[in-house]
Design a protein around this ligand. Structure first.
Ligand code: SAM
Length: 178
C-alpha cells in the first residue's frame, strides 16, 4: 500500500504547528510524503526535511499551488482519494474498500474545504461525525488503513539511514546514535 497526504489551505502563522504535526504524523505512521497547499512555508519544509534526515527513511514534502488540479492528476494516475471530513461516511464502514485501492491520497483541510474536494473525492470519510482535529483524524486513518502495523516494532525498519533512533524501553530512554 502507498499513502500520500494532501494538506489543504495552510495558513501562516495560524497553521504552523498543526501542519508540522500533520507532516510528522504522516511520516511516523507510514505515509511516503505530504503535499501541502495554501501559503508556501519554507521553514515548514526545512523542519520536516531536518526531522526526516535525522530520523531516517524517505519522506517528501512538496508545495502545491493548485491542489484541485493535483487531486485530478493523481486520480488519473490511479490514486484513490480519501478526504477526511466530519461530514463523511464512518471510517470503519469504508476502510477495507479504501485499503484495497493500493494507492491512497488522504486529504485533510485547514480552512473551509472547497465543495469541489467533496465531489472529487472517491471517499469522504469521517472519524466520528464530530468536529475534532486533522491530526487525530489522520493518525486514526493511517492506523486503520495499515491494521496497526505502523505501531509494531518491526515497522521501525522503514526508517533506515537514521542518525538517531530509539530502542523500546520499559523504563527510561534507550537512544541509539549512528
Ligand atoms: N475550520 C476550522 C479551522 O479553520 O481551523 C477547523 C478545521 S478542521 C479541524 C480541519 C480538518 O480536520 C478538516 O478539514 C478535516 O480534514 C479534519 N477533521 C476534523 N474533524 C474530523 C472528523 N470528525 N472526521 C474526519 N476529519 C476531521
Amino acid at each position: 500500500m502507498r499513502i500520500m497526504v494532501l494538506r489543504l489551505g495552510h495558513r501562516l502563522p495560524r497553521d504552523e504547528r498543526v501542519t508540522t504535526h500533520v507532516c510528522l504524523t504522516s511520516r511516523a505512521f507510514g505515509a511516503e510524503g505530504v503535499i501541502y497547499s495554501g501559503q508556501k512555508d519554507n521553514s515548514l519544509e526545512a523542519s520536516v526535511k531536518r526531522i526526516s534526515d535525522n530520523w531516517g527513511g524517505k519522506f517528501s514534502i512538496d508545495y502545491e499551488a493548485k491542489p484541485i488540479a493535483r487531486i485530478e492528476k493523481m486520480k488519473k494516475d490511479g490514486w484513490a482519494v480519501a478526504h477526511l471530513t466530519m461530514y463523511g461516511m464512518p471510517l470503519p464502514e469504508k476502510v477495507g474498500e479504501i485499503a484495497g485501492k493500493g494507492r491512497i491520497l488522504v486529504v485533510v483541510g485547514a480552512e473551509k474545504v472547497p465543495a469541489e474536494v467533496y465531489q472529487l473525492a472517491d471517499f469522504n470519510i469521517a472519524i466520528g461525525n464530530q468536529p475534532h482535529s486533522e491530526i487525530a483524524a489522520l493518525a486514526i486513518t493511517l492506523d486503520r488503513l495499515q491494521g496497526g502495523k505502523e505501531l509494531e516494532r518491526a515497522f521501525q525498519s522503514n526508517f533506515g539511514g537514521a542518525s538517531i533512533s530509539l530502542e523500546p524501553a520499559e523504563k527510561g530512554k534507550k537512544i541509539r546514535k549512528a
